[in-house]
Design a protein around this ligand. Structure first.
Ligand code: MGD
Ligand code: MGD
Ligand code: MO
Length: 650
């Protein structure tokens, strides 16, 4: 049920805390660091290094992420390091890697300004990626057509030439029908298919059943709109396809990504200026965190942990041996807590209690740990379960370092403010714990971390701080200090010379699989969750300001459904899934389709949306199906009938 915590702003952490007699109490840095290190040492001694897990912060710098993964691999000796990339774009990385051998988006923001057609598929950049959306609008201003594929008519869709409002979880039928229509209309790019791809014949057979009529029945999108998009995309000289969580937060997310990539392979809309594929990464440095190796299967620069030569290079520089196997993903770390296999967790700048699906399960799992260390700038709900809480400085304004954005551009950030007294830089905290565990590292400046990274990661080698400053950022790959690569990837696939072309991109042979949480008479509404403009993720960093636009958590519902259920605007309703229920004010929203409702997860202290979401995950990437829960909606006759407090609409 609902938490009894109020939505008061979070206070900046200024003192370490340690648990004593069940309560957190203030402690000196010495005591807190000793406790943190002792707990990790004990877990490794008693259960081995794989009983440890690290969640690294996607808001913090590349340098901090590099040190966090090095701590995991060298001080502890495991590859169990991951971040919130798992909850958003791990499927994009997996799908792009399977097709092209590397997991980054293929284009630059400038490609979006200089193109003929832009598809925004399963994303709402007007709210969630406003800077990218400015580039989209520039493209539109210069004549590009804009298509938006989203179950909701979002504020991004309101700028589009055409909005395709599909049923949640039917992206593969829609993509396959577009592919089939392109093939049948003779609009496939035969040159590119021959040179740059494999598996076209199998793909053609796979999509054959998805006629326009079959796709209309499954997706709810009119056949004529599907046909229009297919023809427009295939006939455009240049076209950009970008996607976000509407594609990746599903139990079959990697398949979804492959289905979209297929469309680019079919039309040759990749590997050229103005044509490409763009997953818009979520947190400010989630791209960089992965690039630094803060993921369980890759060392810095997307180098495969299973490759002995790669490991040998890192082992030489770090004077250690790296386990020749993939570590646990964030999802697998939580599952391993159930089995008693994961005993110690170091959480730097993540709030899983409020960001993971099924809150009750997450709390039970964290309670099963022997040792939980949380290093954050605020006392989060996750920190409330910690044995040690360490107050950090905020990377984005209180540290030096670099960030990497969605177009793979590495940019310098400079410290602008001093952290509050008592808080310490993330890298220094990591080094203080490493020292207590027998690894006296010294990184007096972020630049020293960066130079170590450059010595190990070929795609970053040419990016000295001096050059990053001079050029206002550099996109990877950048192999040497006197070269720059084009801003788009995979031009090689167009080459006439097979040797230069290298590995072709395979079509992804993926089938449709509807959402796990089925709709039935008891749970007839499809709940999808996502973001609003004025708030950020679990609300920790945005709870402290007021804005006339912020109205707290709301259930967006179509006027037709509201009328049928007799619900007035602002009236509190009960929303229940097979896992839990919450009370939330309804917001009658004309842009919602019938049968669909929407909530955020920005106000967990007011309404805990994660009580409703389902822990069904993509088997390849581990991402949860946040975008598709089955729920019921009932009127709460009088607030007094409610067995828990009713949140007010404001
Ligand atoms: N203001 C703000 N900006 C943010 C954030 C924030 O919290 N607030 N968070 C950041 C983070 S971490 C991330 S990952 C990004 C996320 O950025 P987005 O992915 O753009 O954000 P969401 O609102 O989660 O989801 C996008 C859209 O997916 C649609 N959708 C749901 N189900 C489906 C489906 O089955 N198919 C299709 N095609 N679409 C579907 C939803 O209706 C929604 O409009 O935003 C980042 N930017
Ligand atoms: N229902 C539902 N759930 C979702 C999603 C959804 O669409 N629907 N989206 C998922 C997605 S895409 C994401 S990314 C996750 C987000 O999940 P989380 O990453 O767990 O949530 P945030 O609120 O972004 O938490 C960030 C934390 O980092 C801390 N922090 C910020 N800067 C620093 C720093 O420099 N150093 C340190 N040490 N800490 C710092 C903040 O104080 C905050 O506590 O949620 C996921 N959960
Ligand atoms: Mo995200």
């Amino acid at each position: 049920m609902r938490s009894d915590r109020t939505s008061t702003p979070y206070e900046r952490l200024t003192r370490p805390l340690v648990r004593e007699g069940g309560e957190l109490r203030p402690a000196s840095w010495e005591e807190a660091l000793d406790r943190a290190a002792a707990g990790f040492t004990a877990a490794v001694r008693d259960h081995g290094p794989n009983a440890f897990g690290m969640l690294s912060c996607a808001r913090a710098t590349n340098e901090m992420n590099f040190v966090a993964q090095k701590f995991t691999r060298v001080v502890i000796g495991t590859n169990n390091v991951d971040s919130c990339n798992r909850t958003c774009h791990a499927p994009s990385v997996a799908g792009l890697s399977a097709a092209f051998g590397s997991g980054g988006g293929t284009s630059s923001y400038s490609d979006v300004e200089d193109t003929d057609l832009i598809i925004v598929w399963g994303g709402n950049p007007r709210f969630a990626h406003p800077i990218f959306f400015q580039h989209v609008l520039k493209g539109v201003h210069r004549g590009a057509r804009l298509y938006v594929v989203d179950p909701r008519r979002t504020s991004s869709a309101q700028w589009a030439d055409r909005w395709l409002g599909l049923n949640v979880g039917t992206d593969i039928p829609l993509a396959h029908a577009i592919g089939r229509e392109i093939i049948h209309a003779g609009l496939a790019n035969e040159t590119f298919i021959r040179r740059g791809t494999t598996g076209f014949e199998e793909y053609r057979e796979l999509v054959e059943p998805w006629t326009l009529a079959a796709a209309e029945a499954e997706t709810g999108v009119p056949a004529e709109a599907i046909r229009e998009l297919a023809h427009a995309y295939a006939q455009a000289e240049r076209a950009q396809l970008s996607w976000t969580l509407g594609i990746t937060e599903h139990h079959n997310a990697t398949d979804n990504v492959r289905a979209l990539i297929n469309l680019a392979l079919l039309t040759g809309h990749v590997g050229r200026h103005g044509s490409g594929l763009q997953p818009l990464r979520g947190q400010n440095n989630v791209q960089g965190g992965g690039d630094m190796g803060a993921i369980p299967d890759r060392l810095a620069g997307f180098q495969d942990i299973l490759d002995p030569q790669v490991r040998a290079r890192f082992e030489g520089v770090w004077d250690t041996s790296i386990q020749p196997r993939r570590g646990k993903t964030l999802t697998q770390m939580f599952e391993a807590m159930d089995e008693g296999e994961l005993k110690a967790l170091y959480v730097i700048g993540e709030n899983p209690v409020q960001s993971e699906p099924e809150t009750n399960k997450t709390v039970r799992r964290l309670r099963s740990l022997d040792h939980l260390v949380v290093q954050d700038i605020f006392l989060t709900r996750t920190a409330e379960y910690a044995d040690v809480v360490l107050p950090a400085s905020a990377s984005w304004c209180e540290s030096d370092g670099t960030f990497t954005n969605s177009e793979r551009r590495v940019q310098l950030v400079r410290k602008a403010l001093d952290p509050p007294p008592g808080a310490r830089d993330d890298i220094h905290i990591l080094c203080d714990i490493a020292e207590r565990m027998g690894h006296p590292w010294s990184y007096p400046t972020a630049e020293e971390v960066w130079d170590e990274l450059r010595s190990l990661s070929p795609i970053h080698r040419g990016m000295s701080y001096r050059r990053l400053e001079e050029l206002h950022g550099i996109q990877w790959p950048c192999y040497s200090e006197d070269t720059l690569e084009p801003g788009y990837l995979h031009a090689r696939l167009w080459s006439e010379d097979p040797a230069e072309r290298g590995e072709p991109a395979p079509f992804g042979l993926v089938g449709h699989s509807p959402p796990v949480d089925l709709l039935d008479d008891d749970y007839p509404f499809r709940l999808t969750t996502g973001r609003r403009l004025d708030d950020y993720n679990t609300g920790v960093q945005t709870s402290g300001f007021s804005s006339p636009l912020r109205r707290g958590e709301l259930l967006d519902i179509s006027p037709e459904d509201a009328r049928r259920l007799g619900i007035a605007d602002g009236e509190v309703v009960r929303v229940a899934s097979r896992r839990g229920s919450v009370l939330v004010p309804a917001s009658i929203t004309p842009s919602m389709r019938e049968g669909l409702v929407f909530m955020t997860f920005h106000f967990p202290d007011q309404v805990d949306t994660q009580l409703l979401t389902i822990d069904a995950t993509d088997p390849i990437a581990g991402t949860a199906e946040y975008k598709a829960a089955a729920v019921s909606i009932t009127k709460v006759a009088r607030p007094a009938d409610a067995d828990d407090p009713v949140p007010a609409a404001s």
